[in-house]
Ligand binder design. Structure first.
Ligand code: ZN
Length: 162
């Protein structure tokens, strides 16, 4: 658990440590219980007051094999790529990002390919859960209102609806 670690902007949240610990524990527990991703675990969360966001680390579950994005079959791990950020459904007015270090696989049929992720499509920076969330709201509100309500951009709402 990284309740006192440094977030993306380099600032440590100044909430009391006990509250911060409780918040991050609650959030990671909730996600592991309610938004379980097979083969992966949510490991820790950091609150970043400067950017009004929460960063959550995601890592592969021990022993789980990565899935080839080309043929959707499990494959041997090859190496890892840079960490990516995937925007998740906002919580308590904070933007939420899943942070994950992508793996590449050495697939017997396809060669070296990037792994498939169950929570995001291709190069999208929005998680599937957040896309679905935005798309549902975009049916009730205009795309502009949806973007404003969830402090995101019109383009992201557009991508979610597509
Ligand atoms: Zn493959």
């Amino acid at each position: 658990m990284y309740w006192a670690s440094v977030c993306c902007s380099g600032t440590i949240a100044v909430l009391p440590l006990s509250l911060l610990l409780l918040l991050t524990m609650l959030l990671t527990r909730l996600l592991n219980a309610c938004h379980h991703i097979p083969g992966f675990v949510y490991e820790g969360a950091r609150l970043c007051e400067a950017t009004q966001s929460i960063e959550i680390d995601v890592r592969p579950r021990k022993g789980s094999k990565p899935i080839c994005s080309c043929c959707s079959q499990p494959a041997r791990g090859y190496d890892t790529l840079a960490q990516r950020r995937f925007e998740f459904i906002p919580v308590w007015g904070f933007a939420v990002f899943l942070l994950y270090t992508m793996r590449r696989v050495d697939c017997r049929d396809c060669g070296v390919k990037v792994e498939a992720l169950p929570w995001a499509n291709g190069k999208h920076t929005l998680s599937r859960a957040y896309m679905l969330f935005l798309a549902q709201w975009a049916r009730k509100l205009s795309w502009k209102e949806t973007a404003q309500s969830f402090r995101t951009s019109w383009e992201k709402v557009f991508n979610a609806v597509e």
